[in-house]
Design a protein around this ligand. Sequence first.
Ligand code: SAM
Ligand code: SF4
Length: 389
Amino acid sequence: MTSVTPQERAPGGPGGQRKREPARPTREPPGRAGVPTPVVLSGSRAGGLAQRPVDTAMPSAGPLVDTFGRVHDDLRISVTDRCNLRCVYCMPEEGLTFLPRAELLDFEEIVRAAAVAHRLGVRSVRITGGEPLVRRDIVDLVRMLAAVGFADLSLTTNGMGLATLARPLADAGLQRVNVSCDSLQADRYARLRRRGDLHRVLAGMAAAEEAGLAPMKVNVVLLPGENDDEILAFADFARRTGRIVRFIEYMPLDADGAWQPDRVVEGARVVAEISARWPLEEVPGSKVDHAPAERFRFVDGGGEIGVVSSVTQPFCGTCNRLRLTADGSLRNCLFSDDELSVRDVMRSGGSDEDLATVFRRSVWGKAAGHGINAPGFVPPVRSMSMIGG
Ligand code: SAM
Ligand code: SF4
């Protein structure tokens, strides 16, 4: 990887997306058949529908496409903002207020929104949170979502509830899980994830594999001076277990607001450190697909790792993601505070066509990039557990 300065990395250059000025994506989005020619709009796109591109320019048929031609076929659905852990980079130890139950989408509403998304070309759904396994009757929701017919249905979890739920989830139609695990040392794991139990999570991973939830990805958020001495231990874990360990750069989405640029362990460092011990090569095609992780495999055939360099190597140019929060708002970017409520449309009697328009508007209003490295970057109001990672 070549090293670049944060300024050079900023999507659209200095100033970036926080000003909502139309700018080119960091990487050229791949062309897709049937996608309208990207348009560059004049004027500000800041804050809300009023300043969004006018609907006459927005396609009313075809896939979910933004003004840069990026097609969106991947939906993250958060099912709760609650969690049984309090990871240091995500939630505060105390003092978070959670959404009242009445504000959460119920299962029928989630599935209705998902079915509309499916008709609009969404092929991949990942269930997340907060911790999705603490949502009551989550297995029933998985069964209902599986019936919609997505090509890929997966879930991201801290793994604490996986040992008991893996089999019912697989039987309900879940295909894969990502399990978050930031240390292979029990005491350190408990410190970083506050309240967590490493052994329970490892048992959950084994249960998931036995239930056929594979391939399994293991998410590791690296923090300097906390767990960045475990890079090789996690690489060895990947080699021994066949699980795909993905090293994720710490993003400014923590509820404590403690993130600083110097708290980011660069993906490039991870790759260099592992390669020096076990040579790595890029998995062919990994840079052109939509996955946020750059994928590497061990040259000796010992498995695969990934790095998600959201901060130092943004992948906004190929972003195909849309998020639905637990309270029913569509977010087109983790870092954008612009939200459109499908819940309000549903609860005021809106039709599926109305919902489809909300999806189209959300995607159409997407900015070029997240702008983390731009001067004056302001983290979003909602933190990771409230949006859905
Ligand atoms: N509770 C589940 C879990 O921990 O896997 C799912 C939700 S969690 C918000 C999804 C992913 O986001 C996890 O892999 C977690 O480690 C990651 N995450 C949370 N806060 C983050 C941050 N500030 N920067 C980078 N990744 C973060
Ligand atoms: Fe909970 Fe996941 Fe956030 Fe940790 S990262 S506090 S497990 S939502």
